[in-house]
Design a protein around this ligand. Structure first.
Ligand code: BG6
Length: 530
């Protein structure tokens, strides 16, 4: 039986937001401006930041991509998209909004010197008109093959300021940063040839999520949980990022070259793993936090081919029916953009070991996939069962109805949806006999705090504008993550081709994932019941 115990709201007034405004007037240049990310995330993030007073009085945003559009057409398109979003102050959204007035568009080609010359001339003109000093944030929301090219073109067109200049230039690079260790290193060499490490912002939007930032708050802001976070008390840790979406008709071509391991594990899931497993940093500055995360990544031993066979499971979804809409959906191999006979995984599960003093012997179980039962991301820490079956001692008597040891306590950090934290524990069911039941203490962000949680991209754009790279990934983090992931990619190349497709959509993923648990006490948590 599952029972819930509600947590009280925090007492006293909530603290005011600290003054963490972006103070320098700036020009944000978005490459890939007509794409999805720009309209769904970046422009809405700027809109919220501006409404909340986080942006300076003067700024400009210049969209750049191949589609030929005028300023007016681009503004209209962004206005129309903003209208489809859930806005907390919808009355502020008019064509006269400061953001829309600051929004411009310049068509051009990512790999053409002339396009960059013209772009630079256009930006200079805007900066003169708007009295902007020339601080520039370049956002590379383009296909990964253009990252190095755009950085080189920016440099050639004289668009990058040096570290001794009065104004700054920073570059945000979207994921994936490389496709394996070798290409990530090559990309790093190409971008560091013209940029200092402190001008490079490698984005992983999971790090901007409120609940992901709270992992450190929860672990190191309380003294009762952290002493238990080690091999002495923890039985296993499960990290799940499940999605119901498939390729949505437009992502197949990109995704088929990436697969779940590159799209989700190398970045988002390894970041969740690091935050769950790292040692306390000495301070909360970016260097200390990133130093500790790198140590976790370095403690992941690259896998041999045999280990890859034993400790990873891949999947692809079959055709089926969407239970919500009753519509037929394609299987992964039939999705648009997916190559015939593709062995790209739309699901991956793996069992990892963190080879350090704190975590030796504790299985870390990671799984992620498309077309699973529910959209849910969570970290579940399952503790060891009580050592003694005390409640089973009177089994012969009719006083005690318990035949097994109580279940393990599980602490669940819910990243999304229903953001919050829950802890399960055993409790005596009221009555004259002894019977234990599992109950839950639940904390829900939505109930405890009234204010809106900023979206990940709001937080990360603001940080980049303020020059704070703490929530962006450093080159040694990316390198260590790829070192581990590349060992799995290499193992898969050696192993026989998997029998795909192998899981029905809107379920828990391939049955085969259960074999990863053999020899452990762990059980996969049911995705539908999360
Ligand atoms: C992106 C992946 O980085 O993260 C997508 O490329 C995935 O495939 C998305 O759908 C998930 O993000 P979120 O914030 O919806 O969990």
């Amino acid at each position: 039986m599952k029972t819930s115990v509600q947590i009280q709201k925090p007492s006293g007034p909530l603290p005011e937001e600290p003054a963490m405004q972006a103070r320098d007037p700036f020009t944000l240049v978005i490459f890939g401006a007509s794409g999805d990310l720009s309209k769904r995330k970046l422009i809405p993030a700027l809109y919220h930041l501006d409404n909340a007073g986080y942006l300076p009085d003067r700024y400009a945003v210049v969209g750049f991509s191949r589609t030929p559009l005028s300023d007016a057409q681009y503004r209209d398109a962004m206005l129309a998209d903003l209208k489809t979003q859930k806005l907390n102050e919808p009355e502020k959204l008019t064509a006269q909004h400061k953001l829309l007035q600051a929004l411009h568009y310049h068509p051009g080609n990512n790999d053409e010197a002339d396009s960059f010359k013209r772009l630079e001339a256009r930006i200079r003109e805007l900066e003169r008109e708007r009295k902007l000093p020339g601080n520039r944030l370049y956002y590379l929301s383009v296909a990964p093959e253009f990252f190095a090219t755009i950085v080189r073109r920016l440099h050639e067109a004289g668009m990058i300021r040096g570290k001794n200049d009065a104004t700054w230039s920073r570059v945000i690079i979207e994921k994936p940063f490389g496709t394996d260790l070798q290409s990530a290193r090559a990309l790093n060499i190409a971008v560091t040839a013209v940029l200092d490490e402190n001008q490079i912002y490698r984005i992983d939007h999971y790090l901007g999520k409120e609940t992901v930032q709270n992992i450190l708050g929860f672990r190191f802001g309380n003294s009762i949980f952290e002493p238990l976070f080690n091999q002495k008390y923890v039985d296993n840790v499960q990290i799940t990022v499940a999605e119901t979406l498939g390729m949505e008709g437009r992502r197949g071509a990109y995704y088929d070259g990436a697969g779940a391991i590159r799209d989700m594990v190398q970045n988002h899931m390894l970041q969740l793993l690091c935050l769950t497993a790292m040692e306390p940093p000495s301070t909360l500055d970016g260097t200390s936090i990133r130093d500790e995360k790198v140590k976790v990544l370095r403690a992941l031993e690259p896998m041999s081919v045999d280990e890859v066979a034993a400790y990873t499971v891949r999947g692809q979804y079959t055709p089926g029916q969407d239970p919500a809409t009753r519509q037929a959906i394609k299987g992964y191999p039939e999705e648009e953009g997916v190559k015939p006979g593709s062995v790209t995984e739309s699901y991956v599960a793996m069992r990892l070991q963190i080879e350090n003093w704190r975590w030796a012997g504790v299985p870390f179980l990671l799984r992620t996939g498309k077309r699973l039962k529910k959209r849910v991301s969570e970290i579940a820490v399952t503790f060891k069962r009580p050592p003694l079956h005390l409640f089973g001692k009177n089994q012969q008597s009719d006083y005690c109805l318990i035949s097994d040891r109580p279940k393990s306590n599980t602490l669940v950090l819910r990243i999304q949806p229903d953001e919050g934290i829950s802890l399960s524990f055993a409790c005596k069911q009221p009555g004259l006999q002894i019977q234990l039941n599992e109950v839950h203490m639940d904390f829900f962000y939505g109930q405890a705090f009234q204010q809106r949680s900023p979206e990940a991209y709001e937080r990360l754009l603001l940080d980049a504008l303020r020059g704070d790279a703490s929530l962006f990934t450093r080159s040694d983090e990316v390198d260590s993550a790829w070192k581990f992931i590349t060992s799995i990619l290499n193992g898969w190349k050696e192993l026989p081709k998997p029998k795909f497709p192998n899981y029905a959509p809107f379920g828990d993923g391939p049955e085969e994932a259960h074999r990863l648990l053999s020899g452990t006490q762990a059980q996969w948590r049911s995705i539908g019941a999360m």
